[in-house]
Design a protein around this ligand. Structure first.
Ligand SMILES: CC(C)(COP(=O)(O)OP(=O)(O)OC[C@H]1O[C@@H](n2cnc3c(N)ncnc32)[C@H](O)[C@@H]1OP(=O)(O)O)[C@@H](O)C(=O)NCCC(=O)NCCS
Length: 213
């Protein structure tokens, strides 16, 4: 793997924001799953507030992630994790997430850290960092966070389920409850199976609802 530097982004990285948005939206299309879309202006705001992490190989964009603060710093979320296709499967997402996690714990030491994801890679990385899977009721109830899901293709499922569940899995790291090593719960095969069951159940329910209308 070429040398990649992971740094806290600032105004000098605005020039990468369009490419970041494009790679996020192209990857969502390829995966065929929902994703909260972001605009370059949103990415700029994150960079200005020093709440964005960028990975660069020389001056090439390699990866990105940003921090969102919710409920007056009761929670922070690490969102928008993206690795450019040319840099995938080399451990970069894991490094970006670890960097973001450690930086965020320093910047917001009292905040619970959470994320919602359909991605097994992200579940694996989060699990290694000590996150636990939780129901949506344990995440922030800040409507602005959930409004971010409006651009996701699965938003009608989230609203039909009254924001209690969706295709994403909620994951939470509580800094006051550190996991012991033996408590690790991640099992790729089981999670993949659970994800498929959930997807089938929720989407067939959705079809039924549409059919009844
Ligand atoms: C998901 C993504 C960020 C992974 O980036 P990456 O740099 O290739 O990931 P890493 O190489 O750091 O892999 C981390 C772990 O996830 C696993 N992994 C990577 N891609 C995977 C996949 N598609 N399915 C299952 N596991 C995967 C790796 O094997 C690795 O596990 P290990 O620690 O046991 O070796 C990247 O594929 C991407 O940007 N995808 C599109 C956007 C996306 O899906 N973002 C997540 C939104 S929730």
């Amino acid at each position: 793997m070429k040398q990649v530097d992971i740094i806290i982004a600032d105004e000098s990285h605005f020039k990468y924001s369009q490419e970041i948005c494009d790679v996020i939206s192209d990857s969502a299309k390829v995966r065929g799953t929902g994703i909260a879309r972001r605009t370059p202006e949103y990415i700029h705001a994150k960079m200005e507030n020093k709440n964005a992490i960028i990975a660069l190989s020389g001056d090439r964009f390699a990866g990105f992630c940003y921090i969102e603060v919710w409920g007056h710093e009761k929670y922070v979320a690490h969102s928008g994790l993206i690795v450019h296709p040319d840099f995938r499967n080399q451990g970069l997402a894991k490094k970006i997430k670890e960097f973001t996690f450690n930086y965020s714990l320093k910047k917001y030491p009292a905040s619970k850290v959470f994320g919602i994801t359909t991605g097994l890679a992200v579940m694996k990385i989060n699990s290694d960092l000590g996150y636990k899977p939780v129901t949506f009721s344990e995440l922030t109830d800040d409507p602005k966070f959930w409004a971010g899901c409006k651009t996701c293709t699965n938003f009608d499922i989230l609203t039909a389920k009254e924001y209690k569940m969706c295709l994403c899995t909620g994951m939470l790291y509580d800094p006051t409850k550190k996991l012991k090593k033996k408590e690790k719960w991640f099992n790729k095969k089981i999670l993949k199976r659970l994800k498929n069951i959930k997807q089938t159940m929720i989407t067939s329910n959705k079809q039924l609802l549409l059919w009844k209308k």
